[in-house]
Every structure is written in C-alpha cells, then in structure tokens.
Design a protein around this ligand. Structure first.
Ligand code: SF4
Length: 351
C-alpha cells in the first residue's frame, strides 16, 4: 500500500477505466491516501477493477448500484444521452452511493476521473455544475484530470490538494491519458470506449423493449442482466424468446429460469436453448420449438426438445406438427451464424 504523508484521505469512484485510475494516481502522487469505490450494475461491462486497484496499491470497496438504479433508468430527471444513458442522473446517483464512504473512512473529499468535454452529455461545464449541485457536494468533488480548467474546489483551497500538480485535459482525445498510463506503468485498465452498455444502441434497444413490455414493479435487475445474453426476439407484446448463441449462452440462459421464464432445450441434437419470457402455454412452446429448429443443426423430425414443468421434464419430438413459423422481430442486429450454427456475441460500447 502507498503510505500517506499528509494524513488526508479521499474516496474515488473507480470504474476500472484509465481516467479514474489516473485520477487516483495523481492524488496518490501528492501523498493523499485513496480509497476506491466501484459501483456494479448489469448495465456495465465487466472490468478488472480489482486488478486496477492492486496496481494502484489502494483499498477497494465494491458495491451494487441496486434496484434503485432501475427506477433511475426508467425515469431520468435529466433525460437520456444518445441512447439509454441517463448520464447526469447516473453521476448524481453514483456520488450519492459514494458519499457514505467519506464518513466510513474519515475521508475529506470525493474525486473522479471525469474529463471536461470528453462526453457530450455529462462532461460539459454546465453538466458538471448540475451534477455537483444535485449531489449536494458542490465544491467537494475533485476532478484531477481537468481540475485546472474548473473552479477551485475546497480541498484545493484548503491546501489538501496542490492544484498546480493537477491537469488541464480537455476533450475526447486520449493521447495525454495514454502517455500518462505509460509513464505510471498502468496496464490493467479497461480499454477506452468500453464500460457502459447503456451507450450501446443494440443494448439500449433491448432495454427500451423491456421497459415497454414490463410493468415497473415487475422489472428486476435479473431482467436487465438477461439483456446481456443471447439473441432477443419479440414475438408479441406478451412474449419474448431469447435464443442462446453458443454453448456458454445456452448454459447461462438456464440460470434465468424462474416464475414467468422457462427454458426449452434440445435433448439429442445441437442447437440453441430458448428462454421463453412472458406468456406460457402451447402457442409459446410451438414458437420456441420453431425458432430452435430454425437455428439448429441436424434438427431432424425424430429429435427431441424438453422443458421443465413442475418437478420433472416434459419431452416433445420435433416431428409433431407445429404450424407456420412465427414472425419474430429481433431486438438487436442479427449477426450471421458461425460454423457451429452459433451466433457470436456482438457488443459495441462507445462512450
Ligand atoms: S456512461 Fe453509463 S455509467 Fe457512465 S455516467 Fe453515463 S449512464 Fe452512467
């Protein structure tokens, strides 16, 4: 662990990306003891944040954003960015969750890796002011990467942080950050541009569909987690079917079975599992089987699928008549099947 020489502690929101790691590094360099807080959510890409904290030599707290975050996603007070990213509300919420750690660790202020002008919605000067005001932490949030372009904060005014040793980075180019990473020997950070699925158009489309077809009080974090897996097909307002795109996704889909979600899976042939979400019954089963057949290899009429019902499995051979194929509407761009008939995962995460 890096030892403090000033006896000043600060709590930083650590995403696992480069900017927040550099912000921490700049403060550590001034002798400030840093505690990292990482907030987990099903809408975030998985990061190696523990490795980043280890590299920085700091203590790390990890906590979920929780169900409250879902409410925020549905009703952002300050609206969405280009996709379903409610960045201003999200930042305020994160400060709200990070604040209790100030008391817990007897820390003096919060800091982040935000860079002025890097993101069009949440990192303009006006947005940062709004975020500070709404979080009730005006003057107490230090942004080391852009600090010299921003008004002086209380920690700087009080001499806890040397403003002259903070930076004046502006805009979307990561050139300066990459050079600093090299200088500090930081390697574990997540690549720039990754991080938040809410900025991904395909994921946002799935999330909007979920919100449009599920009552607010019935929506759970597991529903959002499910949006990360498989190929989502909307068949009717009451019925969505999710197909696994490879063996790993087939396995993961099985973990989402619950009241209101049931899995139909191939028994003796290679093909996708189908998680039926919403309406149950014969018609949903027929549609699930038709989709499995459409994407399966060697789905000859004598092959079988099964599904759980009560305590045991029920079986059906594919040759039993099922009627015309359903008109499914994919909820994400459909990539071409690979040699295994499995569909590769596509996820683009732009900031
Ligand atoms: S990009 Fe995602 S995680 Fe970051 S502030 Fe916006 S909504 Fe929140």
């Amino acid at each position: 662990m890096v030892q403090s020489v000033k006896n000043i502690r600060a709590v930083g929101l650590l995403s696992g990306g480069l900017d927040s790691a550099l912000a921490a590094r700049l403060l550590i360099e001034q002798g400030i003891e840093v505690i990292g807080v990482h907030l987990e959510s099903p809408t975030a890409c998985r990061t190696e944040v523990r490795e980043v904290a280890r590299e920085l030599g700091i203590r790390l707290e990890v906590r979920p954003k929780g169900e409250e975050y879902l409410r925020l996603l549905r009703h952002p007070r300050f609206g969405y960015g280009r996709n379903m990213n409610p960045c201003i509300d999200c930042r305020v919420f994160m400060f709200h969750l990070g604040r209790p750690y100030l008391e817990e660790y007897d820390a003096r202020f919060l800091f982040t890796g935000e860079v002025l002008g890097q993101r069009p919605m949440s990192q303009t000067r006006a947005s940062l002011d709004t975020i500070d005001r709404q979080s009730g932490l005006e003057g107490w949030i230090v942004r080391p990467l852009s600090a010299r372009l921003l008004p002086e904060t209380e920690p700087e005014r009080r001499g806890w942080v040397d403003r002259r040793r903070l930076l004046a980075i502006f805009g979307r180019s990561r050139r300066e950050q990459l050079a600093l990473a090299e200088r500090y020997g930081l390697r574990s950070y997540q690549s720039p541009g990754g991080g938040c699925l809410l900025t991904d158009p395909a994921f946002s489309h799935r999330l909007r569909d979920l919100f449009d077809h599920t009552e607010e009080h019935e929506t759970s974090l597991a529903d959002v987690e499910l949006l990360r897996v498989g190929r989502h097909l909307r068949l009717s307002p009451e019925l969505k079917i999710v197909l696994g795109r490879n063996a790993d996704e087939n396995r993961r889909l099985a973990g989402f079975e619950s009241h209101g979600r049931w899995l139909v899976e191939p028994v003796d042939f290679s093909g996708p599992s189908a998680l039926v979400c919403g309406a149950g019954g014969e018609e949903a089963l027929r549609q699930a089987i038709d989709l499995i057949v459409r994407y399966a290899r060697a789905a000859t009429p004598e092959r079988r699928v099964r599904w759980r019902n009560g305590d045991g499995f029920h079986y059906r051979t594919l040759g039993e008549p099922t009627g015309p194929a359903p008109a499914a509407r994919p909820l994400a761009p459909a990539p071409a099947p690979d040699d295994d008939g499995a569909l590769p995962i596509t996820s683009r995460n732009a900031p």
